[in-house]
Ligand binder design. Sequence first.
Ligand SMILES: Cc1cc2nc3c(=O)[nH]c(=O)nc-3n(C[C@H](O)[C@H](O)[C@H](O)COP(=O)(O)OP(=O)(O)OC[C@H]3O[C@@H](n4cnc5c(N)ncnc54)[C@H](O)[C@@H]3O)c2cc1C
Length: 423
Amino acid sequence: MPESTLDRVLVVGASLAGLRAAEALRAEGFAGALTIVGDEPCRPYDRPPLSKELLAGAQSAAEVALRGADELDAAWLLGDAATALDTGRRIVTLASGRELPYDGLVIATGSAPRRLPAFDVRLPNVLELRTLDDAQALRSALGAPAAASPASRAAPASAAAPASAAAPARLLIVGAGFVGVEVAATARALGAEVTIVSLDAPLAIAGEAVSQTASAMLAEHGVTTLIGRTVTETIAGDRFEAALLDDGTRIDADVVVVAVGATPCTGWLEGSGLTLDNGVVCDATLAASGVEGVVAAGDVARWPNPTFGGMPMRIEHWTNAVEGGVHAARTLLAPAGEAAGYAAVPSVWSDHFGVRLQTVGLPAQADRIELVEGSLEERRFCAAAYREGRLIGALAYSMPKALVRYRIKLARGAYLAEPEVAA
Ligand SMILES: Cc1cc2nc3c(=O)[nH]c(=O)nc-3n(C[C@H](O)[C@H](O)[C@H](O)COP(=O)(O)OP(=O)(O)OC[C@H]3O[C@@H](n4cnc5c(N)ncnc54)[C@H](O)[C@@H]3O)c2cc1C
């Protein structure tokens, strides 16, 4: 790659996509000043264990730290949020008032939990799950000791603790997506009584076959699921006490986790001239539309994905943060007009009740699912997902190898090929 003309690169968002972008900048030969800004007080850590190993107590805060951060030749500005971007003067302003000039900017501010009007997240036992501190607070609310954290802002153990240490904590989870189902599985293993309230069926986002399998596992493990229901009102004083559902059902709980999806963190970019529409709108290369010298990656970026014929996508999964971070860095360094398109195959995994679910592509958009190996009853299967005869994705429970060939097929353009004849 020809030597970059950039002197100063700023990465905003000190997490997975930001770290991988910063590493890629150095790996591609960028030798200028590299600064990473993050609003959290600590260096990057991995979020998937927050609902799994860390919540279960199988991993400590130190063990979920992302590798590579300490070795990186970069300046870290942590605990200071970016509040504004001036694309004309090429300056990012921080909450502290500090102004940071840049030649190249990587936006990697991720996403934050969506909120519901019925729940007051300021109450000590109304929780979300996005950060290390959220996970520590939930663990303590479930009656388990908090794992040590290097820079913890976790609530003191008493703040969200269950009413009686002897009785199992009663946990209400609102939302049955990946985070909701994983928290349910981990909390059951910790001995909590768990109820899920959700408009959509469990893991509906991954398609019908997955949803059926997840629903069966939740039932077998004693999780009460109230599907097609929503919370209309909550009863609370200093603490949350109960939720009232749209059918009049009352659910008393010691702790609530609101897990109804996430929204991209773009508030600080309002008025910057960037196009914001369910994320930072980028071109196919991950360059932010309409401005020079700005790229975006990870949960916050929305771009036309060449793998699916330019279908606009914003992906909230780990693999995309890694691959997108690396790609955005390359785009930033590429000479004008020479950046490549970011052709991604969405890939996700989820661990719950001792099994691993994996999906590739967009199985939720399928109009036909074809079981290719295993059986739903055994919770060990691989299925291909088609839309109008085209391979659009695949999913597997406990069959990682079977899934790989579909990832490869999609990466090689299977979705864009002529429709396959139904078997
Ligand atoms: C509990 C949980 C479990 C998950 N499990 C899985 C899983 O099993 N499999 C999977 O594929 N994916 C999983 N994910 C999703 C995966 O972790 C995310 O897709 C990934 O973290 C996205 O990385 P990112 O860097 O784009 O964004 P984030 O990790 O959200 O990081 C963005 C960073 O930017 C910071 N920031 C935001 N605004 C500003 C600002 N204005 N100024 C400075 N900093 C700012 C944020 O605080 C954060 O530190 C899980 C996520 C969660 C929360």
